[in-house]
Write a protein that binds this ligand. Structure first.
Ligand SMILES: [Zn+2]
Ligand SMILES: [Zn+2]
Length: 303
């Protein structure tokens, strides 16, 4: 029983890419670090997905909110930047290391904005197809109330404009990326991680390698060499990091799709080790290598 629990927790940590659930993080030790991106825009790092803060003349737009127990620390870090209220909290996707703060920031007065599948998945609860782990349904306070389906949506606060664009079926089926044109800041969510490691694909909740590549194409198109790229996890990135990451995705898709189309089973593809040369660079552990191949393979099972 204990072994199953530990394996399941390790899987969850993989899916959340750095959330480190397996270690039962001590949130009291987490410090929130703010990086000035210029033009009244900041990147906040703590535990969980990176946060972006854009300060307008009468309010703040925030992208992602990490875990609920960090609310007070995040709020204090933002108050040091500006005394203005947080008007909007945008969710890039439903995972708990990005939406855990929803209810608390909502109670503070923020409107939660997201692609509508996030509302649906948070309300219903979810299952991780890789591990079988379940996330319980979330209370009404944690649900986005200002949602959109496809295309783009603009959120505005005191002259600051956040342009959200939905990428269908990528890391999940509810991903938005956010671009602040005036600051040349791109928030990618977990579609892109700047950790030097493989990404995760939540294929049980609409994730698909082909969507990740479509998203990277969009990111590269909207970026120039000065763009400050806030990744889902990892350090502030550049267009060059996006290009290298896309190359890894394309290689993964090409090799594993070929085997899938030949009718190979998941076990046969794992045994063939099609990613062995890239695993040396992109996989932190053998388990991460296996999971990446499984997640890419299962993308093709979706259709
Ligand atoms: Zn994440
Ligand atoms: Zn995620």
């Amino acid at each position: 029983m204990k072994r199953i629990t530990i394996a399941a927790l390790a899987g969850a940590a993989m899916l959340y890419a750095g959330a480190a659930f397996a270690q039962q993080p001590d949130f009291s030790k987490v410090e929130i670090k703010a990086t000035d991106l210029g033009h009244n825009t900041y990147m906040l790092e703590g535990q969980g997905g990176n946060i972006t803060v854009a300060v307008g003349s009468d309010g703040i737009i925030m992208v992602d909110g990490q875990f609920a127990p960090l609310h007070d620390k995040i709020k204090a870090a933002i108050a040091k930047i500006s005394p203005l209220p947080i008007k909007y909290l945008i969710n890039t996707h439903y995972h708990g290391d990005h939406t855990g703060g929803n209810a608390a920031f909502h109670k503070d007065g923020a409107t939660i904005v997201a692609q509508d599948n996030i509302r649906v998945r948070l309300a219903a609860g979810t299952t991780n197809a890789l591990t079988g782990n379940k996330n319980p349904p979330q209370p009404a306070d944690a649900l986005p109330t200002d949602t959109y389906w496809g295309g783009s949506k603009t959120v505005e606060a005191g002259g600051r404009k956040a342009l959200l664009t939905h990428i269908y079926n990528a890391h999940t089926d509810g991903d938005s990326y956010v671009f602040f044109d005036d600051a040349n800041v791109l928030c990618t969510g977990d579609i892109f991680g700047n950790t030097g490691r493989y990404n995760t694909i939540d294929f049980g909740n609409g994730g698909d390698i082909r969507g990740l590549i479509r998203a990277l194409d969009a990111y590269i198109k909207v970026s120039n060499d000065q763009t400050k790229v806030v990744p889902g996890h990892g350090a502030l990135a550049t267009k060059a990091n996006l290009v290298a990451f896309r190359e890894m995705l394309v290689t993964s898709r090409d090799r594993i799709q070929k085997l899938f189309n030949e009718g190979k089973s998941e076990q046969e593809v794992l045994a063939a080790k099609p990613m062995a040369d890239l695993d040396a660079k992109w996989a932190a552990t053998p388990e991460q290598a296996t999971n990446w191949t499984r997640m890419v393979y299962n993308s093709f099972r979706r259709s």
